[in-house]
Design a protein around this ligand. Structure first.
Ligand code: GLC
Ligand code: CA
Length: 569
C-alpha cells in the first residue's frame, strides 16, 4: 500500500515537473518535490520609483510592465510590489483605503491584469503586499467605525476610553513616534495605531475583520497573483487587557522613553491567523512571505510553523543586522538559519533599510563589495529577495534638509531619523536627466552617481555590477548544486575569507569570498569533507585574468573577490 502511494507520488511529481502548469502555478518544479518559490529569485519593486510611463514623476504599473523584459533578462522569477492600492499615501501606500483596487496614480485594474499577463508570459509571478494590520483612516470601514459608538464597523478597529481626562488608555507607543492612541473627539474614545494615526489597527479579534481580510486574499488569487508579502505580521494582536508595556532605560530617536513592546507585538494569536491564511494560500498554490523582524533564528523558526504550516518564506532580516563585511559574522548567521529546518530566505535590503551599497561599502571598493555581497547571498541555499536597483549599485540619497523630507518619520525624528526617502529613490535606467526614470519631476531626486550607475551603461560594461548579477543568476538557475545543494562551510576559522561548498549528490560547487581589502592566499580544507579534488572548473569570478581552471587546495584571492567553481570529481 505504502509502496503504491510512493510510486504514485513519484509519478505525479514527474508529471508536474514535465507539465508544470497542469499542476497549478508550477507548484512542484522537480522530481524531488521542490516548489516554484524555492527555485525562484524574488525582486522587490517600489512602484512609485521604478518606471514612470506618463511623466507625472511617479512610477506606475505601465512603467513596470514596460520593464518586464529587463527583469526577465536579469533572471527574476517573481516580483513583489509594495502596495499600489488606493491610498491617501501618508505612508506611501501602506495606508490602504480600498484593498480591491489600484490607486489611479499607478493605473487601473486593467493595467494590473496586463502586468500580470505579461509577467505570466515570461514566467514571472506577481506577489502583492498585504497590509493586514491596519487600513487607512480613509477606508470606508474606518470612516463608518469612527462615525458613532454603535456603527456597524465600530468593533473593526481598536477603540477604548482614556484612563482619565486627556490620558490615553495605556502607555503603548507607535513605532513611528509618540502615543499609539489618538483621541477621536466625535465619539470621545481613543483608537489604536501601531503606525501613523492615519493607519488605525484593524481588530483581528473580530471574526468579521478576519473574514473580510481573507476574502481580500482570495480576490487577488482569483486575479492571478502568486502570493503575498505579509506586512507587519507581528503587530496583528494586542493584549485584551491593554496592560502597560515595561519601560526601558533611555530615550528613542523620537525622544520617547524606550519601551519593550511586550503587550502589543508578537502575541501568540498571530500564528493562528498565519495558519489559516496558509490554508487559503495552499488552495491557490500561493506563497506567503513574511515581514518577520526577529531577534534570533529561534524566533524566526516559529514563523515557519511547527508543522511547516505557516509562512513558507519568513524573511531572515538577521543578515541585514550585519552591517559590515565580516566573514565570521556572516558564517554565524548562515549556519544558524541553514540549520533551522525551514527554507532560508535571504534579504540584503528593502524600502525600510539603508541600501546595501552604503551599508557594506567602504567608500573605496564599493562596486567590488556590491559584487561580493551578491556572490554571498545569491549562492546560498535558500530564496533571495532582491531590492530594485541593488543590481546596479544604487546608493542611498538621504534628504539634506528637513523641508525636503517626504517620509513622515523623517519629519518627526529629524535629524536622528531622516526617514526612508534615501532608499526609495527612482530606479536609474540611463545617464539622461533623472536617470531616465521620468521626463517630469521625479517625486524624489536621484543621487549624482546615477551618471555611472545605471542600467544602460552597465549593460555595455562587461565588468559592471549588473553583468555580475546577470551571470550569477543565470548560473544559479541552471546549477543543481547552487539551487538545492547542502551548505557545507569550509575553513571555519578564517577571519577574512568565507568559503563553502554547495553539495548536491556527487556534485560540489565551491564558493570563495574574500571579505578583506587585502589579497589573500588560503589553503582550503577539503580533505576533512572527504573531497580530494585537485581542481575546480571556474564558473564565475570577479578576478581578472582567470583561466578556466584553478588548482586546489591553495588559492590566491584578490581583495573583495568572488570565486565560484565546480569541483572536478
Ligand atoms: C512595514 C513596511 C513599511 C510600513 C509599515 C507600516 O514595516 O515595510 O514600509 O511603513 O509596515 O505599514
Ligand atoms: Ca506616473
Amino acid at each position: 500500500m505504502f509502496r503504491n502511494l510512493v510510486i504514485w507520488a513519484m509519478v505525479l511529481m514527474t508529471f508536474c515537473f514535465a507539465v508544470p502548469f497542469a499542476c497549478g502555478q508550477a507548484k512542484i518544479v522537480d522530481a524531488e518535490g521542490h516548489q516554484w518559490w524555492q527555485h525562484a529569485v524574488f525582486y522587490e519593486i517600489y512602484p512609485r520609483s521604478f518606471a514612470d510611463s506618463n511623466n507625472d514623476g511617479i512610477g506606475d504599473l505601465k512603467g513596470i510592465t514596460s520593464k518586464m523584459d529587463y527583469l526577465k533578462d536579469l533572471g527574476v522569477d517573481a516580483i513583489w510590489m509594495t502596495p499600489c492600492y488606493p491610498s491617501p499615501q501618508i505612508d506611501f501606500g501602506y495606508d490602504v483605503s480600498d484593498y480591491e483596487n489600484i490607486d489611479p496614480m499607478y493605473g487601473t485594474l486593467k493595467d494590473f491584469d496586463r502586468l500580470e499577463a505579461d509577467g505570466q508570459k515570461r514566467g514571472i509571478q506577481i506577489i502583492m503586499d498585504f497590509v493586514m494590520n491596519h487600513s487607512s483612516d480613509q477606508h470606508q470601514w474606518f470612516i463608518d467605525s469612527r462615525s458613532s459608538r454603535t456603527s456597524t464597523h465600530r468593533n473593526w478597529y481598536v477603540w477604548h476610553d482614556g484612563k482619565g481626562p486627556g490620558q490615553p488608555p495605556n502607555n503603548w507607543q507607535s513605532t513611528f513616534g509618540h502615543s499609539a492612541w489618538t483621541l477621536d473627539p466625535k465619539t470621545n474614545q481613543y483608537y489604536y495605531h501601531y503606525f501613523y494615526p492615519e493607519q488605525p489597527d484593524l481588530n483581528w479579534r473580530n471574526p468579521a475583520v478576519e473574514k473580510a481580510m481573507f476574502d481580500v486574499t482570495r480576490w487577488w488569487y482569483d486575479r492571478g497573483v502568486a502570493g503575498f508579502r505579509l506586512d507587519a505580521v507581528d503587530t496583528l494582536f494586542e493584549d485584551p487587557d491593554l496592560r502597560d508595556n515595561p519601560i526601558l532605560p533611555g530615550k528613542n530617536k523620537f525622544g520617547d522613553p524606550n519601551m519593550e513592546d511586550k503587550y502589543n507585538v508578537k502575541l501568540p494569536e498571530v500564528h493562528e491567523v498565519l495558519r489559516d491564511l496558509r490554508k487559503v494560500a495552499d488552495q491557490h498554490n500561493a506563497v506567503l512571505i513574511g515581514e518577520t523582524w526577529t531577534k534570533d533564528v529561534s524566533e524566526l523558526k516559529q514563523y515557519y510553523g511547527e508543522h511547516s504550516n505557516e509562512l513558507q518564506m519568513p524573511m531572515d532580516f538577521l543578515f541585514t543586522t550585519v552591517n559590515k563585511v565580516s566573514a565570521p559574522e556572516f558564517r554565524r548567521q548562515i549556519a544558524a538559519v541553514d540549520s533551522a529546518g525551514g527554507w532560508p530566505v535571504y534579504v540584503l535590503s528593502n524600502h525600510d533599510i539603508v541600501r546595501s551599497y552604503n551599508r557594506y561599502g567602504d567608500g573605496q571598493h564599493n562596486d567590488a563589495i556590491a559584487k561580493l555581497m551578491a556572490g554571498l547571498y545569491l549562492s546560498l541555499r535558500g530564496t533571495p529577495i532582491m531590492y530594485y536597483g541593488e543590481e546596479i549599485g544604487m546608493e542611498n540619497n538621504d534628504p539634506k534638509r528637513k523641508e525636503d523630507v517626504k517620509d513622515p518619520i523623517g519629519k518627526i525624528g529629524w535629524p536622528q531619523e531622516k526617514g526612508r526617502d534615501g532608499e526609495r529613490t527612482p530606479m536609474q535606467w540611463t545617464s539622461d536627466a533623472n536617470a531616465g526614470f521620468t521626463q517630469g519631476t521625479p517625486w524624489l531626486p536621484v543621487p549624482p552617481s546615477y551618471k555611472t550607475h545605471n542600467v544602460a551603461n552597465e549593460q555595455q560594461d562587461p565588468n559592471s555590477i549588473l553583468q555580475f548579477y546577470r551571470h550569477l543568476l543565470a548560473l544559479r538557475h541552471q546549477n543543481r548544486a547552487l539551487l538545492d545543494g547542502d551548505y557545507v562551510p569550509l575553513n571555519e576559522n578564517d577571519p577574512d575569507v568565507l568559503s563553502y561548498l554547495r553539495r548536491y549528490k556527487d556534485q560540489s560547487v565551491l564558493v570563495v569570498l574574500n571579505m578583506s581589502s587585502q589579497a589573500r592566499t588560503i589553503d582550503l580544507d577539503l580533505a576533512s569533507k572527504g573531497i580530494n579534488s585537485k581542481k575546480a572548473q571556474t564558473l564565475l569570478t570577479t578576478m581578472g585574468n582567470e583561466g578556466k581552471e584553478r588548482t586546489l587546495p591553495q588559492m590566491s584571492l584578490e581583495p573583495f573577490s568572488v570565486y565560484i567553481g565546480e569541483l572536478s570529481k
